[in-house]
Design a protein around this ligand. Structure first.
Ligand SMILES: Cc1ncc(COP(=O)(O)O)c(C=O)c1O
Length: 443
């Protein structure tokens, strides 16, 4: 730790307003990590905590990767910053080219931002600009989905389907509608992999098209597998049907792969896992192994090319961030992609998926377990809510797991498991056993 930071027990916790955190509870009983290595965090009181969540779904290659740290150091000492507008640096071009090579065929233009939220805003703006450039500027409506999470910008919140966001922050973008979510259908509980029922929910899109008119709609945005709202796995045939409807009506399809990008499902992107190719993909998190903030929109070449018009000295797409393609983020990204390839981590995720499936479904029948689901290297255990206290049982189980050395992610009464792709099978069992004990302890 830097010498400027006092020992943990002398820290003043009051000034830091923590994001998406129960601040008062946290500050009464802080959980502070001071270091991380491989699959583990170390706490201020000297305990090791197994990372069952890859940080926040981002540390796909595990913690403390020397190659990334060294690449970042080299970059800082060579070119610490280069203006993002009207100037370039080698790392940004190289990283974009490598991402383009990994992406589904045809998606080979990459626009960098600094987070998933910015990637989503970028993708929505690309969609609007594209239609306008083609003379269809009246296509300004977006279709999102209930229980979608697309970050915290006004664009992402608007297309997202999280009641808390929408209730607290007002009317948002005016022209947005939502598909129903695909979760909780009879016959889908305890499904292993993609659930069997619900493809027809994609036909909601036809209804919304009939209501609003296809020629008012710019794009549809969904997470191919929704992570943040509790690991909602698309039913068999659902994404294919969405794609077909978008094609029929000239709507762009955006996959938000901020969680699924970079190997979570055993392929570079969920699009490849499901065999469904969207028009744009948003990514962040694993792009740098989570160590430097970065996000990106990966765009079909034809969409990009439609915008490359007008006088050559004029900016074609009026958008960008001071830190778009930051040299340090690019260096981290290049080093992370190198590790993913050298250690075959996406293949590793695919090969560990059956072990995670078997382990997590062994919790069926444990106290309060209402559903279990999994795909690739992600799984969720949904608990019955305590009457009158939604989310409290999930929170108590999350705390119990943490106290017993395992970090899981809690969303309401749902626990998500998404370890680094470097996880060992024995660690998968440790995560599941810790949850099993926690649900027995927590009434
Ligand atoms: C699917 C999806 N989109 C967007 C975001 C927002 O990313 P960020 O927190 O980097 O802005 C997240 C974050 O979890 C996400 O899961």
């Amino acid at each position: 730790m830097s010498q400027d930071v006092p020992p943990v027990n002398e820290l003043d916790l009051s000034a830091y307003w923590m994001p998406f955190t129960a601040n008062r509870q946290f500050k009464a009983n802080p959980r502070i990590f001071v270091s991380a290595e491989g699959m583990h965090f170390a706490t201020a009181d000297g305990r090791k905590v197994l990372d069952g969540t890859a940080g926040l779904w981002c540390v796909n290659a595990g913690h403390g990767r020397r190659e990334i740290a060294q690449a970042v150091e080299r970059q800082l000492l060579t070119l610490d910053y280069s203006p993002a507008f009207q100037m370039g640096h080698p790392g940004a071009f190289e990283l974009a080219a490598r991402i383009a090579r990994m992406a589904p065929e045809g998606l080979d233009r990459v626009f960098f931002g600094n987070s998933g939220s910015e990637a989503v805003d970028t993708a929505l703006k690309v969609a609007l600009a594209y239609h306008r450039a083609r003379g269809e500027g009246q296509r300004t409506r977006f279709i999102g989905r209930e229980r979608g999470y697309h970050g915290v910008g006004f664009g992402g919140m608007s297309v997202g389907g999280i009641a808390n966001n929408r209730r607290t922050f007002g009317p948002m973008l005016p022209a947005v509608d939502h598909l129903r979510h695909t979760h909780g259908l009879p016959g889908n509980a305890f499904a292993k992999g993609q659930p069997p029922h619900g493809a027809e929910l994609a036909d909601d899109l036809e209804r919304l098209i009939a209501l609003h008119g296809a020629d008012t709609i710019a794009a549809v945005i969904v997470e191919p597998l929704a992570g943040s709202t509790g690991v909602l796995i698309p039913p068999h045939g659902y994404l294919e049907r969405l794609r077909a409807i978008c094609d029929r009506h000239g709507l762009l399809l955006i996959f938000d792969e901020v969680i699924t990008g970079f190997g979570r499902l055993g392929a570079p992107f969920a699009a490849q896992h499901f065999g469904v190719t969207p028009d744009l993909i948003t990514v962040a998190k694993g792009i740098t192994n989570g160590v430097v903030p970065m996000g990106a929109a990966i765009v079909k070449r034809g969409i990009h090319d439609a915008l490359m018009q007008g006088p050559e000295h004029v900016i074609e797409f009026f958008h960008g961030y001071t830190y778009s393609g930051h040299p340090v983020a690019c260096a981290a990204g290049l080093a992370a992609l190198e590790i993913y390839a050298r250690e075959s981590l996406f293949e590793r995720a695919a090969s560990l998926a059956p072990a995670l499936q078997e382990a997590v479904h062994s919790l069926r029948g444990a106290p309060h377990v209402a559903d279990i689901r999994n795909l690739g290297l992600v799984a969720a255990v949904e608990l019955e809510p305590r009457s009158g206290e939604p989310g409290k049982r999930g929170y108590d189980v999350f705390l119990d797991c943490y106290e017993h050395g395992v970090l899981v992610r809690q969303t309401g009464d749902i626990l998500a498991i998404s370890p680094p792709l470097t996880v060992e099978e024995s660690q998968i069992h440790q995560i599941v056993e810790t949850i099993a004990n926690a649900v027995r302890r927590v009434v």
